[in-house]
Design a protein around this ligand. Structure first.
Ligand SMILES: [Zn+2]
Length: 185
């Protein structure tokens, strides 16, 4: 399959084309294109990356939705059980069921929304979407992988998230691991 270079318009074999900022660029145009990007040339179309603060708002929004679900599980399952039993082992087993249920809902939430739309409700709110480095939509499998990679970002005391603030392509740790980018829709 041949691809048109976004800069000179010539057709090239896919293997002779590199993707930069989601745009196909041929080997001849590559150095000029990179120079334009370095110089901050705004005429260079391509990805507009979503930054740390917007993404933090998106994560808060998703956390709010999931928090409501978590509280509902506690209200309707965990707390009534705690009141009905004096056996701590029974309570612990119910608590672990509640927690597993919540964890499963979390996975389903991120895999469904990111796999189908490239964005959770929070990311939709900030008009962002997750894409592969070449700009194509991510698969359900990648959405699942990214869910677990994001746990790593959380377990590093949030440093994995903060990395996005200091990266030219606004990559969080989980974007680096999964080779994804969060861009303006
Ligand atoms: Zn070219």
């Amino acid at each position: 399959m041949s691809v048109a270079c976004s800069q000179c318009g010539e057709m090239f074999e896919e293997s002779d084309i590199v993707t930069i900022k989601g745009l196909p660029v041929c080997a001849t145009c590559k150095p000029f294109f990179l120079k334009k990007i370095q110089e901050g040339d705004t005429s260079v179309a391509g990805f507009v990356y979503k930054g740390f603060w917007a993404r933090l708002i998106a994560d808060w929004f998703d956390g709010f939705i999931l928090g409501i679900i978590f509280q509902a599980i506690n209200l309707f399952i965990t707390v009534p059980t705690a009141k009905s039993t004096s056996d701590p082992f029974h309570f612990l087993s119910v608590f672990s069921v509640s927690f597993s249920l919540f964890f499963s809902i979390n996975i389903a939430f991120y895999v469904f929304f990111n796999g189908r739309y490239g964005a959770t409700p929070g990311k939709m709110l900030i008009k962002a979407k997750i894409v592969n480095t070449d700009g194509t939509p991510i698969s359900y499998t990648k959405a699942l992988g990214r869910f677990f990679a994001e746990i790593l970002s959380a377990f590093t005391f949030g440093i994995g998230y903060i990395m996005a603030a200091f990266d030219s392509e606004k990559r969080a740790l989980h974007d680096r691991i999964c080779e994804t980018r969060v861009i303006k829709k």
